[in-house]
Design a protein around this ligand. Sequence first.
Ligand code: S3P
Length: 265
Amino acid sequence: MDELSLLRNEIDELDRKLVEVLEKRMYVVMNIMKAKKRMGIPVMNQDRECEVITKISSYVQNQRFRNEIQFIQKKVMESSRRIQSEQLFPYHIVLVGFMGTGKSTVAREIGEMVGKHSIDIDQFIEEQEAARISDIFQLQGENTFREIEKKVIKKITSQLETTVISTGGGVVLNEENIRNLKQTGVVIWLKASPEEIYQRIKESTERPLLKEDMSVNKIASLLQQRIPFYGKAADFIVETDEKSVKEICLEIVKKLGSVQHDRRY
Ligand code: S3P
């Protein structure tokens, strides 16, 4: 055998061992999760992850490989979070609420925390239609936008992979959307006061429904009309006024821990 073939054989054997070790690690991850659940200990622990990364670095013999190994280890831990979260939260995590309540930011952060991809429905629509939401409203009208929104909700909620979904503020106005979201996910209503919402979005030019009148009064009256719809959609509520994104996410993950949901397609 030539030198290259010998080296390739060696790599094959190392890969086989890697797979064996990774698979064993994944079983342990699942058992850790079950033990934590039994003991009532929170499953996501960022301090523990930092500790593991530091420990791993101290095992590396050739410092040249340190960054690479840290990179791989972070991926391994990301996958652990996904394995755990698929067991713990085998459904979409859906955020609804008025414009400016932080749905997109919170969805991204929760996705990171629980190892799920996050999808922003408005962003998805903008990419699919190659147009900004404000232009779709202006050129094609709100009804067309709502039709597109309904199809996108149907498509995303029927995907096998469970995700964190941040929806546009008006998604709940449609019964079919609520049905699709609730059947496949746990729906969380992010709430904020009209004053707080105004402070967050007053400079935005991307809110077609507030284009003519960006004011606390207009926000308050639109919000008032929508409260029954958010209420109907939501499995639980999280107040966001005066809370950091991190605090909101931790509250959501904690509350999800006591929710039962049988995902139906
Ligand atoms: C809408 C909210 C927007 C966007 C569209 C309509 C609404 O999303 O979907 O402008 O009806 O409240 P955000 O809630 O993300 O701003």
